[in-house]
Every structure is written in structure tokens, then in C-alpha cells.
Ligand binder design. Structure first.
Ligand SMILES: *[C@@H]1O[C@H](CO)[C@@H](O)[C@H](O)[C@H]1NC(C)=O
Length: 254
């Protein structure tokens, strides 16, 4: 992702202003021009007629895990957290026996648990013992946390299939009953996206709470880590570059 940072610093604040102005004019009768509603598309996803499902996985650093699922079509929200241990109220510097995990909220009419399992397997090395890449330790273990017999069945089948791909090493992934998912501290949510101030600016500098629940931020978090499928990565590149070139509007959906 090649973002011409310098130029944008001058363009974007101005762009926000113009956009806000246009918005205020169009909403004058509703007296609603207090802040940029960057969540128009997001607010739809939680409606009662679109019940979401949730799945929890551990596959190394939760910064990267969040990003790995963020761009999948049908995934509407990801949250970094801690699962799989007994310690109550784990914290990043004191997580006890928990694994860094990601909770993936998804629309089951668009994406299934099976596909999420595919993403899980392809996003990390399930054969690495005691860690993931340079991250060594129990907190980076590979684990599928199941919360129904159907999830357990699908997870077990997919693990067997993964093991059959090669017998020369053992798939270390554990399958464990999901107990509690503890949400991680704000610093660790949408971590990859937060490394790109320009992208945060493009979506209207959301407040932390909004950022954590935003479907758009979820997707951009995957984009920021360059973990979107190539076609989507390119598509978002094009949108981002177009906005940068024009200087507006604020990015509201992709
Ligand atoms: C497990 O599933 C149940 C029922 O679907 C749900 O109420 C519960 O919140 C889930 N547990 C966790 C930790 O997500």
C-alpha cells in the first residue's frame, strides 16, 4: 500500500470541513449536523432481522488475528481479547494462562463457520510449537474455541483435514470449549489500523468506542495489515487513492 502521506496532511482536514458543510446543509431540517455520521453502513448490521453469530480463535498475536478476519466478506466486527485460561480479568501484561484471541462476529447468511475455519488455517502456522513466528510462548498458542456441537464437529473435521495435508509434523492446534472471552484493552483493538493515521482520518477519526464496533474499521484494519484478499486490497487502494486525490469525501463504506 503506497500512501503519499505528506500531501494528504494538507488535503484531508480541509476535505473533512467541506464534507461536513455539505452534510450540514443537507441535514438542516433535522438539525443533525453535529458530527460526521461515518457509521451509516455499520448501523444496519445489528438489526434484529440480521442476527449475527460469533466465533473465537487463537492464532498468535491478536493484532494480526483481528486483521486476518477483518476483511472477510460477511465479517462485521472483530475484537481482540483473551480466552482459554482460568485467570479472571486477564490483562495484556498479566494474562495468565489465556491465549491471545480474536472474536469474530459475522453474518451467517454471507459467510459460514466453515469458511472462517479456512481463514484460521491459512492465516497461521498451526504446526509451530509454542508460538507463532517470532512470538514465542503459551499466549500465542493455536486454538479453536467452540461454543456448540456443530462448531466442535466442523472444527474437528477441519483439523483432521489439515493434519492429512502432511504427516511430517503435528498440527498443534487445540480445540477447546469456549468459556469466557475477555475483551482486550483499547490499545490492542484495531491495532493495525491505528498504525495508519491517514486511514483513521479518512474515516473521520472515530472515537475509540465507535472504532471498536465499526464494520468499516474492521475491514480497514485488515487492509492496513495488507491481509485482505488481493482483489479487495486493490479495490480499497483505489477508493483510498481516489479520496486522497479529490480531497473528499470521508470514507463511509467499502
Ligand atoms: C456461546 O453461545 C451462547 C448461545 O449461542 C451465547 O449465549 C454465549 O454468549 C456464547 N458464549 C460466548 C463466551 O461467547
Amino acid at each position: 500500500m503506497a500512501l503519499p502521506e505528506k500531501r494528504n496532511r494538507f488535503f484531508i482536514p480541509f476535505a473533512n470541513l467541506v464534507f461536513l458543510l455539505v452534510l450540514c446543509i443537507s441535514l438542516l431540517d433535522k438539525a443533525a449536523c453535529i458530527r460526521i455520521p461515518s457509521q451509516i453502513s455499520d448501523s444496519v448490521v445489528d438489526s434484529p432481522d440480521r442476527p449475527l453469530k460469533s466465533a473465537v480463535f487463537a492464532l498468535g498475536s491478536f493484532w494480526r488475528s483481528e486483521a486476518a478476519f477483518g476483511c472477510i466478506n460477511g465479517v462485521v466486527r472483530t475484537t481482540a481479547g483473551y480466552s482459554g485460561g482460568l485467570k479472571a480479568n486477564p490483562e495484556y501484561r498479566n494474562l495468565g494462562d489465556h491465549a491471545e484471541s480474536v472474536q469474530v462476529e459475522y453474518d451467517p447468511r454471507i459467510v459460514g463457520y466453515r469458511q472462517l475455519l479456512d481463514v484460521f488455517w491459512s492465516s497461521h502456522d498451526s504446526r509451530q510449537v509454542f508460538g507463532q513466528g517470532p512470538d514465542v510462548g503459551n499466549q500465542y498458542r493455536s486454538c479453536i474455541f467452540t461454543n456448540s456441537t456443530e462448531e466442535l464437529r466442523l472444527a474437528s473435521t477441519s483439523k483432521e483435514r489439515e493434519q492429512l495435508k502432511s504427516r511430517s509434523s503435528i498440527v498443534t492446534t487445540q480445540i477447546q470449549q469456549l468459556d469466557t472471552f475477555y475483551r482486550a484493552e483499547p490499545d490492542h483493538q484495531k491495532f493495525e489500523l491505528k498504525q495508519h493515521p491517514l486511514l483513521l482520518q479518512l474515516i473521520g477519526n472515530m472515537a475509540e468506542e465507535e472504532l471498536e464496533s465499526s464494520a468499516l474499521a474492521t475491514k480497514l484494519n485488515g487492509y492496513a495489515a495488507e491481509l485482505c484478499p488481493p482483489r479487495i486490497q486493490k479495490q480499497i487502494d483505489a477508493r483510498v487513492n481516489e479520496i486522497i486525490r479529490k480531497g473528499w469525501p470521508v470514507l463511509r463504506d467499502i
